[in-house]
Design a binder for this molecule. Structure first.
Ligand SMILES: Cc1cc2nc3c(=O)[nH]c(=O)nc-3n(C[C@H](O)[C@H](O)[C@H](O)COP(=O)(O)OP(=O)(O)OC[C@H]3O[C@@H](n4cnc5c(N)ncnc54)[C@H](O)[C@@H]3O)c2cc1C
Length: 411
């Protein structure tokens, strides 16, 4: 048996940051990781370049976590995007911001972020043990007992930062939900989020790779519109992806209908008027030439004609009312039925988790189990693409760590 002052389960960004900020002289912090190396998901993030945060105002972050942004306000405001950038800058790792506001390390290497966090852990005396999964956690009179295949660890304070259940090959297999529930902590239903959509009878498989910037699309359920959205959309082999779809995916269900507009920022009526004018003024032109005036890629142009029952070489003077009506609908409200959102194996994050109303959001200590803390994606919080998930992992890691440290040193 080995005794510590605090034990943190899971060495992703939240657990590493929590361990770093929980340390204080004379107190021993254990950071337990099931993989042979920490931070597997961090290394993958941003395609290995690590979109660590966003450059917006921190108050604007709150609208990027579905309905749960307000609940993580104490964590985000207590350790902001500016604080995160400064943390790395002070230690020699500068950040850069893209035009779209996404923040990356200047080196564009997530391994640099991980290396710095590990160095910081080492310097602060965190005892990082890898290749040791927590297989069971129990409460004892003195605190908590963690069993691993190698030994048993004891501590009065425990942090669960085991991440979500998505991308399980990175080690995030949902263990934290079971551990939390076994300790009596309420956990909400979980589901994949930031995930591509599989489309039933998908007609654009041959066009996979085509992407659209700021596409307008709407989501329909049982014949009623439930959301209007704008975002970047990508055709895949099996359906839709891209940041706009990933961000919307947390609220999309099987059988929902996604209606895509291929005519940029134009409203349907504007497109109808514009198309009618162009067709009327260019009677000898082919419809495909008229369509080329809109932001519709060449290959999609042909496909939309084909799906509207219009021959490739049809001229405006032979354009029937039915063909016109079908083409207008296909260009402005192309309907695709969702077979299913992609599963946990392809989802970037997990929706649901440790219930936020069962946690003191100013400290991240459980309201039901004293001395038990949470950080990162294991909590019921998931953000949009653009750096919002890593920021909340770091902010909650900081808050949990600081709250524990304050128990010992008072500030
Ligand atoms: C492909 C991909 C790209 C992404 N890109 C971005 C991006 O660019 N920007 C962004 O903001 N977000 C991104 N995300 C999301 C982001 O990576 C996660 O939200 C973030 O890593 C969550 O941090 P965490 O520390 O809470 O959990 P994790 O990073 O999942 O870490 C949890 C750790 O706990 C360990 N663990 C689990 N169970 C046990 C156990 N029983 N015992 C011991 N250890 C255990 C796991 O092995 C893991 O190392 C991306 C996600 C994916 C999958």
């Amino acid at each position: 048996m080995e005794q510590y002052d605090v034990m943190v389960i899971g060495a992703g960004p939240a657990g590493l940051f929590c361990a770093i900020h929980a340390t204080s002289p004379g107190h021993h912090v254990l950071l337990l990781e099931k993989n042979l190396e920490p931070g597997a998901k961090l290394l993958l993030s941003g395609s290995g370049q690590c979109n660590i945060s966003h450059d917006g105002e921190i108050r604007d972050f709150l609208s990027h976590y579905g309905d749960h942004g307000k609940q993580v306000k104490p964590a985000l405001f207590g350790f902001t995007n500016r604080d995160l950038i400064e943390f790395f800058r002070k230690r020699g790792l500068a950040m850069m911001t893209e035009e779209n506001g996404k923040v990356f390390p200047e080196s564009r290497q997530s391994s640099d972020i991980l290396a710095l966090l590990m160095k910081e852990c080492k310097e602060r005396g965190v005892d990082l043990r890898c290749g040791e999964p927590a297989t069971g956690v129990t409460r004892t009179a003195e605190g908590f007992e963690i069993k691993t295949p190698k030994t048993t660890y004891l501590s009065p304070v425990l942090v669960i930062s085991t991440g979500g259940a998505s991308y399980p090959k990175t080690g995030s297999t949902g263990d934290g939900y079971q551990i939390s529930a076994s300790l009596g902590q309420p956990v909400t239903e979980i589901a994949p989020a930031l995930t591509p959509l599989l489309i039933r009878n998908y007609p654009f498989a041959a066009l996979s790779g085509i992407s659209f910037e700021h596409m307008q699309f709407s989501v329909w359920r049982a014949g009623k519109k439930v959301a209007d959205r704008t975002g970047d959309v990508l055709f895949t082999h099996l359906g839709l992806s891209g940041p706009g779809i990933l961000d919307a995916s947390r609220d999309i269900h099987p059988d929902d209908v996604i209606k895509l507009s291929f005519v940029g920022t134009m409203k349907r009526e504007e497109f109808v008027a514009d198309l009618t004018k162009r067709v009327g003024e260019n009677r000898s032109w082919q419809i495909s030439t008229i369509l080329a005036a809109y932001p519709i890629p060449e290959r999609l142009n042909r496909k939309l004609l084909n799906l509207s029952g219009i021959p490739d070489d049809l001229k405006c003077n032979h354009f029937s009312a039915e063909q016109r009506s079908r083409l207008i609908t296909n260009c402005t409200q192309f309907a695709l039925t969702v077979e299913a959102p992609g599963g946990f194996s392809v989802a970037m994050v997990t929706r649901g988790g440790v219930a936020l109303d069962s946690v003191n959001l100013k400290t991240l200590e459980s309201k039901t189990v004293p001395n038990l803390y949470f950080a990162g994606e294991v909590l019921d919080i998931d953000g949009d693409t653009g750096g919002y998930n890593l920021q909340v992992a770091f902010s909650t890691g900081f808050l949990a760590g600081q709250s524990i440290r304050k128990r010992w040193v008072g500030t």
